[in-house]
Design a protein around this ligand. Structure first.
Ligand code: C2E
Ligand code: MG
Ligand code: MG
Ligand code: MG
Length: 278
């Protein structure tokens, strides 16, 4: 183990990283599969480590989720993402939702509802332009989560279930929880054209989402064939390297129109889509 991943030291280094302004966010757009329009951007945490360079969440998140440092970090992420989204709107970009990943620790132990209200208040962002991504595992911790989720919904933000299909699927919670969207885990998307089982998992999740009137987004879309498969199967939206890698806020502003051109340029034609969605 290297020095930044030792759990004890970890917590204090993440806090110092926050204080030293070494944390920053990248944003990865999600686009509508009918129109190509940007429907959202997911905020993804990066750490510009003084010795190791830019670290990804996998380099530091496992230990962090256990520690209290994450609450302050998560609060900073919420504030930064909300402010950024308000700024995009003020710059004249068509409004879209910014989504923030929430880990189990702050959801269950911290005052997440208050933090969300504060971030919206400070930024002036309308609640409908903020989404929280939770994991199936968190959703399954029903007794503690359900009340918090209903409080969050009352504020007017939306909730999505991240990495859907990967967790412990008791599907019971989908009916009872105030969820707006499912994000199909990228492992299924990656294999959907190579493996019949994965293909049927993707189709089943899309079908189930439709029946439950939930939006459905495919994560990790990397090829044109995957894009066409998802359009063919009436998936609502997509996110992945094919459309755009996670980029800085400024780059997203600069490349916004180009991102919106990708699906119309390489995906199905408008007539074919209209036919499918009839
Ligand atoms: P996630 O929420 O499922 O985020 C999607 C991850 O997939 C991101 O990795 C993204 O860069 C990557 N990705 C996007 N498109 C593609 C693609 O086409 N191909 C491949 N191979 N990968 C793609 P990243 O940024 O390394 O984040 C990994 C995980 O770390 C996230 O998974 C999320 O669970 C967690 N995470 C990231 N930022 C935050 C945060 O601010 N707070 C919390 N609690 N967790 C975070
Ligand atoms: Mg996510
Ligand atoms: Mg995900
Ligand atoms: Mg994932």
């Amino acid at each position: 183990m290297n020095e930044v991943t030792e759990p004890d030291e970890w917590e204090s280094s993440l806090l110092s990283a926050l204080i030293r302004h070494e944390l920053f966010l990248h944003y990865q757009p999600m686009v509508d599969l009918k129109s190509g329009k940007v429907t959202g951007a997911e905020a993804l945490l990066r750490w510009n480590h003084p010795e190791k360079g830019v670290l990804l969440p996998k380099d530091f998140f496992t230990c962090a989720e256990k520690g209290g440092a994450l609450s302050s970090v998560e609060e900073w992420i919420l504030h930064t993402a909300c402010k950024q989204n308000k700024q995009w709107q003020d710059q004249g970009l068509p409004p879209f939702v910014v989504s923030v990943n929430i880990s189990a620790f702050p959801l269950l132990h911290g005052d997440l509802v208050r933090a969300v209200e504060q971030a919206l208040l400070d930024s002036g962002l309308e609640p409908k332009y903020l989404e929280l991504e939770i994991t199936e595992k968190m959703a399954m911790d029903a007794v503690r989560t359900i009340d918090i989720l209903f409080q969050l919904k009352r504020i007017g933000i939306s909730i999505s279930v991240d990495d859907f299909g990967k967790g412990y699927s008791s599907l019971n919670y989908l009916k009872r929880f105030p969820i707006d969207k499912l994000k199909i885990d990228q492992s299924f998307v990656e294999q959907c054209l190579e493996d019949e089982k994965e293909e049927s998992v993707v189709k089943t999740i899309i079908g189930m989402a439709k029946n439950l009137r939930l939006q459905v987004v495919a994560e990790g879309v990397e090829t044109r064939e995957q894009l066409l498969f998802l359009q063919q199967n009436l998936c609502d939206a997509a996110q992945g390297h094919l459309i755009c890698r996670p980029i800085s806020a400024g780059e997203l502003t600069d490349h916004f129109s180009r991102v919106q051109e990708i699906v119309p340029a390489i995906g199905m034609g408008p007539d074919q889509i209209k036919q499918l969605w009839k």
